[in-house]
Design a binder for this molecule. Structure first.
Ligand code: ZN
Length: 338
């Protein structure tokens, strides 16, 4: 079975049903039957837009407000990804959305890193891995800032703690900007990304999903290393040239884009146009539970629809390793595990 990489996967949108039940049980919350739970967590086939899509995060976020639950959620997502034959993943979440019961953003991130460590310790022991070597599956964390109108302080705090955790080089590798792109334009976040740049924090930005090419152009101007989605770049040839020249990689999430009606039919997904313009793309899940998908299904969907062969699959995985927020040394180690 081929090894896969998922660079764009949100923690809150990717909790398995079993994990959700376990989190509810641990907090004394009544566990509902599977049908009701699936309705709460996953979009219906006739999902209309991003607004409906975003309602599916309410229940998991309610469950992810304690140190124990965050630790367990990260642990179990990594376990699941490892079982799905992933080689590497970058799991993202917004620390500021997990502070409703009084946790600080720093405590939220520390809890996630504990969950990560717990899974690695388990895997290392199972695989008898020496110190310094990486196990068959590896994973890091991206911290999301959120688009919004009254959370400037929270976003600044996310950048501040990202800088702190990055200096430990132990799990946190980058920041992101997520949330309602059509309501809060990327141009509002100039100061935030100036701060990230000043701290030397690498970043990716959700852009060109619910908004047009101008949003992507702004992200490129900020110095983004990657773009989350970015499919709307196809409407601006000049922008596509710039993305290609700068070697910026797109994190495509096909089923998620179908759910939010960026395209109505996967046959209309503009991946060929993007690739033909020499832009590097990766295939990702975005939210495994909300979209009812996994990395292998996304890869299959794209390859079956567009007739891509094994070589193309390998290019998508190579692109993901190249674009990962990792040192060259770590990338080489990962390639050794392919
Ligand atoms: Zn996303």
């Amino acid at each position: 079975m081929e090894r896969l990489v998922d660079l764009h996967v949100h923690l809150d949108g990717s909790l398995s049903l079993e994990t959700v039940k376990e989190l509810a049980a641990r907090q004394g919350i009544e566990i509902q039957n599977d049908d009701i739970l699936i309705k709460k967590l996953q979009v219906s086939k006739d999902c209309r837009d991003l607004n409906e899509y975003l309602t599916k995060f309410e229940y998991p976020l309610m469950l992810l407000q304690t140190i124990d639950s965050i630790e367990y959620a990260v642990y179990s997502l990594m376990k699941r990804q490892s079982e799905q034959n992933l080689l590497y993943s970058e799991i993202r979440f917004a620390p500021q959305l997990h502070t409703k019961k009084g946790l600080s953003q720093e405590e939220v991130v520390t809890a996630s890193l504990k969950g990560r460590q717990k899974y690695f310790d388990e895997l290392r022991q199972k695989e008898n891995i020496k110190e310094g070597d990486i196990p068959s599956f590896y994973s890091n964390i991206i911290l999301c800032c959120m688009r919004g109108n009254s959370n400037e302080r929270e976003n600044e705090e996310t950048i501040r703690i990202a800088a702190e955790f990055l200096s430990d080089s132990d799990g946190v590798v980058a920041v992101d900007l997520a949330g309602a792109e059509a309501l809060f334009p990327t141009s509002d976040y100039e100061k935030l990304f100036a701060h990230a740049r000043a701290e030397g924090i690498p970043f990716t930005i959700h852009a060109g999903e619910a908004a047009g090419p101008e949003s992507i152009r702004q992200a490129v101007d900020y110095g983004t290393a990657r773009i989350g989605h970015g499919v709307n770049c196809i409407h601006d040839k000049n922008l596509m040239n710039i993305i290609a020249e700068k070697g910026i990689t797109l994190e495509l999430c096909p089923t998620s884009n179908l759910n939010t009606k960026i395209v109505n039919d996967i046959k209309d997904y503009p991946i060929d146009k993007i690739i033909n313009n020499k832009i590097k793309v990766t295939i990702n899940t975005d939210n495994m539970t909300v979209s009812g998908t996994d990395e292998a299904s996304e890869m299959k969907l794209i390859c079956d629809t567009f007739g891509y062969d094994g070589n193309m699959r390998r290019i998508f995985v190579d692109n993901a390793i190249d674009a990962a927020f990792l040192s060259n040394e770590m990338k080489e180690k990962l390639r050794g595990n392919l």
